[in-house]
Design a protein. Structure first.
Length: 145
């Protein structure tokens, strides 16, 4: 996640271009384009490899979430390939459009869901062992085995 943060990609782009700590508005369009290329170049291979292990060894519901993480990581790269850099949400709001949820945030949501499911599985902390209540306070359906 640290590698795909726009701030990190912008900093890497500025470093590649030899731009120091001072903001240079005239070069900002090129910095934005280069930051998108930096983001698009980040490999998702480590994520795919980790997801493959979970797909082979994990329970089905956790494996599905691991696969979702890998797919959403690929979506982040794909979006970066087709963008001019950060600001899609901001630009949409400034233009009066409803912004699309950025791929980065969908990835974060998938990671959070995976962590919750994996932790629950590994700790044996099922809804049944908590009295059937989920985080939302509703009774979770019980799975038959």
């Amino acid at each position: 996640m640290a590698q795909i943060e726009w701030g990190a990609c912008l900093q890497e782009a500025r470093t590649q271009m030899g731009i120091g700590a001072f903001y240079d508005e005239s070069r900002e369009p090129e910095v934005r384009r280069r930051s998108a290329r930096v983001r698009a170049a980040i490999s998702t291979d480590p994520v795919r490899a980790a997801a493959s292990v979970v797909l082979l060894e994990g329970p089905e519901h956790v494996a599905e979430l691991a696969d979702m993480i890998a797919n959403r990581a690929d979506q982040v790269r794909s979006d970066a390939r087709h963008s001019d850099g950060p600001g899609g949400v901001l630009e949409a709001l400034m233009e009066g459009r409803t912004p699309e949820v950025p791929a980065q945030y969908r990835l974060i949501q998938a990671i959070d869901a995976f962590i919750d499911a994996a932790r629950t599985h590994l700790n044996g902390d099922s809804p049944a062992s908590r009295g059937g209540a989920s985080r939302t306070g509703t009774i979770a359906p019980q799975r038959s085995t």
